[in-house]
Design a protein around this ligand. Structure first.
Ligand SMILES: [Zn+2]
Length: 367
């Protein structure tokens, strides 16, 4: 999903964080409670929600529990609140709960709309005043939940819970945390056959990137993992939620590479991705891996940061075991740091990377 974020950045780098709120058609527009909710939402958007600082318009409970208390905010880079005008589509009351549906979109040069997302919020009264809540917090109550070990698994009513896979995931957590010397933590794991079902539960009616052929897909967030298509065992995202935060000084390719080495990507092992990447690179001798960090996706199943990042991590682990891999996890954030780490741990200088990787992938792909 990362490649989409680049598109947003390019598209909206012109915009400052100014958030305009408009309304499509609000039934009961003269109603006092409706007006209270309209004001609440406008105030929230005007409060720089992209910073996720203490906020008077969001409920206390979620703010105390989470650093990124608005779960929709981190879905896009740099933020859902990156400046797309917010257009409120509906405000609906059910008993003492209010649902707010909002479209974040802009107008392209030719006048056609460009929609980033259509999302839902909940507003409930806290001490007599409406406060915003995550759609997920409210609606996860409609999904069955089973706790196995460290994980609260949430799944749709049609899903038959697989205890064996849930135990396997816990084994993966315990083993990974031991290898990286970190303390395992409890978290929530949302699963469905299709990732968009999970997105819907989170409050996304639409998001840029929705659709296409169903493929295993996942996302890690603070104390939460969202997965589609692989049931109770999606180790890649679980690696992110358990290990990543303990190693802040690492390059994006280190994070994705180690996650793919240990947990695969899109339900396929690193070896599977290596084999198809090898074939692809043979057909494309013009691709220069000396600048591999500037490459994004090979196709919709394999991205370079997974497969080549995974390959580099694999080589580091073969060279120096867990100890060296753990050290590699703190090898710096910049592209230069990453190339330096390859030279330090694998003895390969930047101008030699293309030849080295192409040669090694040939060998690996034969196994
Ligand atoms: Zn990942």
């Amino acid at each position: 999903m990362k490649h989409l974020q680049t598109i947003f950045l390019l598209f909206f780098s012109i915009s400052a964080f100014s958030q305009k709120v408009t309304y499509n058609h609000i039934v009961d527009a003269s109603d006092a409670e409706t007006n209270e909710v309209m004001e609440l939402f406008e105030n929230y958007l005007a409060s720089n929600p992209q910073n996720q600082e203490k906020n008077a318009f969001w409920n206390k409970e979620e703010q105390e529990k989470f650093k990124d208390y608005d779960f929709l905010e981190t879905e896009f880079q740099p933020s859902l609140y990156m400046g797309f005008p917010a257009h409120v589509l509906s405000i609906r009351f059910i008993n003492d709960t209010c649902q707010i549906k909002v479209q974040f979109s802009s107008c392209k040069e030719d006048g056609s709309p460009y929609v980033l997302a259509i999302v839902n919020y909940i507003a409930i009264k806290e001490n007599g005043k409406f406060k915003l809540y995550n759609w997920l917090t409210y609606n996860k109550k409609n999904w069955p939940c089973t706790t196995v070990g460290l994980v609260d698994f949430y799944y749709p009513p049609y899903h038959k819970f697989n205890v064996e896979k849930a135990k396997k995931l816990n084994d993966f957590i315990i083993e990974s945390c031991r290898n990286f010397g970190v303390q395992p933590e409890r978290f929530e794991y949302y699963l469905a056959n299709n990732f968009d079902e999970v997105q819907k539960l989170r409050g996304f009616d639409y998001y840029l990137g929705m659709g296409g052929h169903a493929m295993p897909s996942g996302k890690a967030a603070e104390k939460k993992v969202y997965c589609g298509g692989l049931g109770e065992y999606y180790p890649h995202e679980v690696f992110h939620v358990q290990i990543d935060k303990h190693f802040p000084n690492k390059h994006f390719w280190v994070s994705e590479g180690v996650a793919t080495l240990l947990g695969g990507s899109r339900g396929k092992s690193l070896d599977w991705h290596i084999k198809r990447t090898n074939i692809y690179l043979q057909k494309h001798p013009e691709i220069n891996l000396n600048n591999m960090l500037s490459l994004a996706n090979l196709d919709n199943e394999t991205a370079y940061h997974y497969v080549l990042g995974g390959f580099v991590a694999k080589k580091v682990k073969e060279k120096g075991g867990w100890e060296m891999l753990v050290e590699f996890m703190s090898s710096g954030k910049t592209d230069e740091d990453y190339y330096n780490a390859i030279e330090k741990y694998l003895g390969v200088k930047k101008p030699e990377i293309n030849e080295y990787i192409r040669g090694q992938l040939q060998i690996e792909a034969k196994d």
